[in-house]
Design a binder for this molecule. Structure first.
Ligand code: MOS
Length: 733
């Protein structure tokens, strides 16, 4: 029964969000709440010589100022600071730990006061003396010292030889700058002091249990004494996968004062957290004259901090997507005096596929083949790295439906050949790919005799609509109306969930809800069958279904017992079941989502202004649980991709290692005036292999490929190939 799954259901938490009933981490209060403000390092590298807090302490309302010299005890071993998403190699950042400065903006003192304005004013009076060293924050400079990471996929064949011998060759170097997370909601933690050292931590995070484990490690606390809650998030996108330092600072303050404490980062302080690492990528493509690939090589240099080796598998996407005889990858990391980089919406794929798909466009030009036709000639039915077939891959249909909706056939091949008035017009396209992942997760369902069900799981809803899809799946699995379903999530006391990220929660939690619903159904049947005259006498559990508030025989719907009657026969008023669920990859298939992106740009020839009147995104992502929230995910990804192509860039003054545009006035993102028609198409994709429900997950796939499609359209419009993002108008001169 699918009354709700697959229907464009409005968010079940929508009313709470628009009326303000939904509370975010920085909005919780507590009696006697203390407000904290962070003092940030003015240098990027060196040591603190002294911190003079005397003037700040004299301000009325200031309670205490914590520094590395006077703070409560924290763990002194790296292991205690490792979280579920932390890189294997390195020594995680410890806020307020010692006198070392690792990056500009590093928190070095916490001012605790009776109100926020006082705390912030007093923070401005803290005087710090440093022993400053020269930082390196420029990837172009650090590149020569970059070191190889050992993770890239195994090479296939002799790519160097095949490239050298190829009939048509393209090679190019592509650059993506550092980009910073700018979710609407800044990071914040409100720690409620519950007495006896017990804490409730309202935290902005994508993983409450990850934060709980982390805080227990850092402060040697018992998990029973630390409850972490994150009911709503104003955008995560990877920024909240790792615990952020404001949670540590809020807990430090609460433990020092034995009071409740709130810490909210300013927008500027958001730029002292992780970021999308800058990436220099060299791509080589060697092809036969017919457009089939002989060689793909992908060499990437990305950015990490001085203290951790954080990277994703940046280069493998290139060898995965297209059929090629040979492939070779190299991935190097460069250390900068910045915080460790972080996951940011489709980490690695956003940047890597930008480079690959730009290079494919350039190869198409060299081959004089239509860019879409080139993709079709290189189409692969197997993951080229592992040789495994895809559990499903309907990218061909994405190309077809996307091209048709866009009107790709109207594209004239020559650059600068299309115009709209005085504007140059360009059509560009690109492919996108992401992983269809699943994680072990546990769901508890409590069904009461009145036909109401509560579904609990510790997963977050990072703003993607998890509450809603969970309610839809539960309503269908339990045969109840949507408004009889109550979703509890984002609380560390709830059944186990990993962080919500990687687009893996929808598939994981939905299959877990069905699994747990089946256990509820079996229990209901057992109760119903306690009546000797039950219409379900002798019926096997798998032959029953929960439908319209009853448990019914699949074979004969007249053989049904209402939930209330079944519970009455069993003399219970509620049934509770909890099941851990996992659908690991069978090892025989590649699990991926795909997309085809088509973009139209208009370029003002005199001043180089680029507009994007139209983007078509055709996505194959298995079963779509909710076309409405799924549409929002893909549309958001397309807008973000526009930002990657044309707007976003963190600018650093390398003399001081300081970010110059740490605010959303000068760090440009697309605004309403930049966003026009975005057409989202979900192509049919049945998948019986990926998991029982055929769900592949959605979110990250929306951004992948968009930057390349726009960059390729800019080339088509202007005849000018810009290989470093963002494509600002000065680069078109
Ligand atoms: Mo995901 S990197 O949490 O958008």
């Amino acid at each position: 029964m699918t009354a709700y799954i697959g229907t464009p259901t409005s968010r079940v938490d929508g009313r709470a969000k628009v009326t303000g009933a939904a509370k975010y981490a920085g909005e919780f209060s507590a009696p006697d709440l203390v407000h904290a403000s962070i003092v940030a390092s003015a240098i990027a590298k060196g040591r603190i010589i002294s911190i003079d807090i005397s003037q700040a302490m004299d301000v009325d309302g200031v309670i205490a100022i914590l520094t590395h010299q006077n703070r409560p005890a924290m763990a002194d071993n790296d292991e205690a600071y490792k979280d579920d998403v932390a890189p294997e190699k390195g020594s995680p950042f410890r806020p307020l730990y010692d006198d070392r400065i690792l990056f500009s903006g590093q928190p070095i003192a916490l001012v605790l006061a009776e109100d926020w304005e006082t705390a912030r004013y007093a923070a401005s009076l803290v005087r710090v003396k440093y022993n400053a060293e020269q930082p390196v924050t420029d990837l172009a400079r650090a590149r020569k010292d970059a070191f190889a990471v050992d993770e890239p996929a195994k090479p296939r064949g002799d790519a160097a030889k095949a490239f050298a011998a190829a009939a048509v060759r393209h090679q190019g170097e592509y650059y993506v700058p550092i980009e910073h997370h700018n979710p609407m909601e800044p990071f914040a933690s409100t720690v409620r002091w519950e007495g006896d050292g017990k804490l409730t931590v309202y935290d902005k995070t994508q993983g409450v249990q990850n934060v709980q484990r982390y805080l227990c490690g850092v402060f040697s606390m018992n998990p029973d004494d630390v409850r972490v809650v994150s009911s709503f998030m104003g955008g995560g996108f990877g920024s909240g996968l790792r615990p952020q330092y404001q949670a540590v600072l809020a807990v430090l303050g609460a433990r020092a004062l034995k009071r409740s404490v709130r810490v909210v980062l300013t927008r500027q302080q958001m730029y002292s957290l992780g970021y999308r690492p800058a990436m220099i990528q060299k791509i080589q493509l060697g092809a036969k004259a017919d457009g089939t690939l002989d060689a793909v090589t992908h060499d990437a240099v990305t950015v990490t901090s001085q203290y951790e080796d954080f990277h994703r598998n940046e280069t493998t996407w290139s060898g995965l997507l297209y059929k090629s005889e040979t492939a070779r990858y190299e991935h190097k990391l460069a250390r900068l005096d910045l915080p460790t980089s972080a996951d940011m919406r489709a980490p690695s794929a956003t940047t890597a596929v930008y480079a690959l798909e730009s290079a494919m466009d350039e190869l198409a030009v060299a081959l004089k083949i239509d860019p879409l036709e080139l993709r079709l000639r290189c189409y692969s039915d197997r993951d080229q790295t592992t040789g495994l077939p895809y559990s499903s891959k309907n990218l061909r249909e994405c190309y077809r439906q996307g091209a048709e909706a866009f009107g790709w056939s109207k594209r004239s091949p020559e650059p600068r050949s299309m115009r709209d008035g005085t504007d140059l017009v360009g059509y560009g396209m690109a492919s996108g790919i992401w992983e269809a992942l699943q994680v072990p997760i546990t769901v508890r369902i409590a069904l009461t005799a009145n036909g109401h069900a509560q579904i609990s799981c510790a997963t977050s809803d990072i703003g993607t609509g998890t509450y809603t899809i969970m309610a839809q799946v539960a309503a269908d699995a339990l045969g109840l109306p949507l408004d009889s379903i109550d979703i509890k999530l984002g609380d560390s006391t709830l059944p186990q969930s990993p962080v919500e990220g990687g687009s893996w929660i929808a598939a994981s939690v939905s299959n877990a809800i069905v699994n747990t619903s089946n256990a509820v159904r079996n229990e209901l049947l057992r109760l119903a069958q306690q009546d000797p005259n039950s219409p379900l006498a002798g019926v096997k559990p798998d032959d029953t279904v929960l439908i319209n508030g009853t448990i019914a025989s699949k074979k004969d719907g007249n053989h049904a017992v209402s939930i209330a009657d079944a519970m009455r026969h069993g003399a219970v008023e509620r049934i509770e079941q909890e099941k851990a669920t996992e659908f690991p990859n069978d090892g025989k298939h590649a699990h991926n989502t795909h997309s085809a992106i088509f973009a139209e740009v208009h370029v003002d020839e005199q001043i180089g202004v680029i507009r994007v009147p139209r983007i078509v995104c055709a996505v194959a992502a298995g079963r779509i649980l909710n076309p409405k929230t799924a549409h929002s995910q893909v549309m958001g990804g397309a807008i973000w991709g526009m930002g990657v192509a044309l707007h976003e860039e963190t600018l650093i003054d390398h003399r001081f290692g300081r970010i110059m545009n740490a605010n959303i006035a000068e760090y440009h993102i697309p605004v309403n005036a930049d966003v026009h028609d975005i057409d989202v198409i979900f192509v049919d994709e049945q998948d019986d292999i990926v998991n029982p429900m055929g769900i592949k997950g959605l979110g990250e796939i929306g951004i992948v490929g968009v930057a390349a499609a726009i960059a390729n359209a800019v080339y088509h419009a202007t005849g000018k190939r810009v290989r470093d993002l963002p494509i600002t108008l000065d680069k078109l001169r």
